[in-house]
Structure formats: C-alpha cells, structure tokens
Design a protein around this ligand. Structure first.
Ligand SMILES: Nc1ncnc2c1ncn2[C@@H]1O[C@H](COP(=O)(O)OP(=O)(O)OP(=O)(O)O)[C@@H](O)[C@H]1O
Length: 278
C-alpha cells in the first residue's frame, strides 16, 4: 500500500497512469515551440514575452541567474503552471495549453526534478519495471509477469544509464549520482520524446558529472529524444552544450553557442560575471 501511496504522492506523472496519446509531429518544424509566453504571480512577471524553439533531437542548455524564470518555464511546458498569454506547442499537433499535466506527460514529455526520487526499498531493476509504459494501469503493471519485450527494454536502459551491474541491488544503496541516472532511466522506460532535466549535476562528484555529460549527450545524439537541461554549473554546461539559451527576468537575454554566449557583454554583466566571481 505504501508503494501505491508514494506513487500517487510523487511530483512526477507516470505515463502508465494516463491514456496513450497520438505521437508528436515534427515533420515540418520544431519539437517544442513557445511564443510570447507571459505569466505573472501577484502582478510580478516571472515569465515575460518568452520565445523558445527546440529542434527535434537537440540538446539545449538553459542558464540564467536565480529568479530568471527557468523553473517557471519548465512548469509551463509540463502543464503545472498555466501562462496568462502566449503559445506553447509540442510539435505541430499538440497545443500544450489545451492539455492538463497527465495528458502532457502522456505525449512523451518527461521531467527530471533536481532531487532524485527513486523507490529506495526496490531494486534498480524493479524501479525501472515500475516505470514501464507498457501497461496503463498500476496494479497489472505491478503484478504482471514480465514479457520479453519489457525485459529487453529494461536491459537496454540499464546499459544506457550504466547500472547493469547493480540491477539487483536496492536503489537505497546507490550513490547520489547513480540515483540521478536511475531516475533518468525511469523516464527513459517511457520512451519520452522530450526530456526536461533540472540541475542534474548538483551534488555530484567530478567523475559522476563526466558520466552524466556522456549520458545526456548520448541521449540527444541518438536522435530518439530532445533534451533540455537547466543547469548552474558552467563547467558542466560547457562540456555538453551546443546551443545555450540565457534567461533573464523571464525572457531570452541571449542564445547561441557557448563560445558566443560567454563573450556576450550582456550575459557577462547579468550572469557569467557573477558566476565567475562566486
Ligand atoms: N508560485 C509563485 N508565486 C509567486 N512568485 C513565484 C512563484 N513561482 C516563482 N515565482 C517567482 O518568479 C520568479 C522566477 O522564479 P523561478 O523559480 O522560475 O526562477 P529560476 O530561474 O528557476 O531560479 P533558480 O535558479 O533560483 O531556481 C522568481 O522571482 C520567483 O520568486
């Protein structure tokens, strides 16, 4: 019972809890499109005329000072926060502003929050099994015999996240970094098209950071999913970024390669100067 209760309590929306949706259409455009999005909290504009385009298969880093609106932007994409104005589209078929949080998750938008929330008493394998998208209801998922297809998918994900050797160990014994990879693996079980990842390397060792860089670049490189990473660690951003978007006061201050961004006087003034001084 406690397992079912913890499932219901979690921030994350599991794909198997909601009906399947029609696939994203990226034949003629980006996978994610935000136009002139604005949201106010008690008169304060946390997001102010935000435009953002993410191409299919892209790995994008979002940086910006505290309070720039990064988390609010993720909340808008996943349906947690409803903007006052603007457009938010997933491919050319799905208007995300017309959908609720579980519906958006079922489209294949997975979100990884900063803190890992794996089920510590379950094994690594069982955590992945639980996250499997094959069955849409909880109880049959927990009780069903594993099909070969599910086992294959779990093996594939275990190899991707580098935890194959720990498959039968309880998730509770994993290091912080390994828990983060397991949670990314749980999202991958649902075969997402877009992964939103919030500060993945906070609290990680250098080695874990390197492994996480390989994991995220590999996911986007394989072309099966697009990845949006919000991160403060500039060394990590430098190691993975192709395109970087800098948010400031709820809108885009600058966008481009890491090299271009790090020489932009506006970015240095509001963000990089402060980061390097810290
Ligand atoms: N529910 C809310 N009610 C009131 N104000 C909010 C709410 N959520 C966010 N804000 C405000 O909106 C602004 C943007 O916050 P947000 O958390 O999106 O920034 P951030 O870029 O993610 O910051 P950080 O890097 O510190 O996580 C902040 O000034 C914050 O205080």
């Amino acid at each position: 019972m406690s397992l079912l209760r913890s499932l219901a309590d979690r921030d994350r929306v599991f794909d198997f809890l909601v009906p399947a949706a029609s696939p994203v259409d990226v034949r003629h455009g980006p996978i994610l499109y935000l136009e002139d999005v604005t949201v106010s909290f008690d008169g304060f504009k946390a997001i102010d005329g935000l435009d953002l385009t993410i191409d299919d298969g892209e790995l994008r880093c979002i940086i910006g000072p505290n309070g720039a609106g990064k988390t609010t932007m993720m909340d808008i994409i996943t349906g947690k926060t409803r903007p006052d104005t603007g457009k938010v589209w997933f491919g050319s078929r799905h208007d995300l502003l017309a959908m609720n949080e579980p519906e958006i998750a079922s489209l294949g938008i997975g979100r990884k929050f900063q803190k890992p929330t794996v089920f510590e008493a379950l094994s690594v394998f069982e955590n992945l099994e639980l996250a499997m998208a094959a069955d849409k209801r909880i109880l049959p998922t927990l009780m069903a015999c594993l099909t070969g297809e599910v086992r294959d998918r779990i093996d594939e994900v275990l190899a991707t996240i580098g935890l194959a050797g720990l498959r039968h160990r309880p998730a509770g014994i994993l290091s912080h970094g390994q828990k983060q990879w397991l949670e990314i693996g749980m999202l991958l079980m649902q075969r997402p098209r877009l992964l939103l990842v919030d500060e993945p390397v906070a609290g990680m060792t250098e080695q874990e950071m390197e492994r996480t860089a390989e994991l995220l670049t590999g996911l986007a490189g394989a072309g099966k999913q697009s990845v949006v990473v919000v991160e403060h660690d500039m060394g990590f951003v430098r190691s993975i970024a192709r395109q970087v978007t800098v948010l400031h006061q709820g809108s885009v201050l600058a966008e481009g390669s890491m090299d271009r961004i790090s020489h932009d006087p506006k970015v240095i003034e509001v963000y990089l100067g402060a980061e390097e001084a810290a």
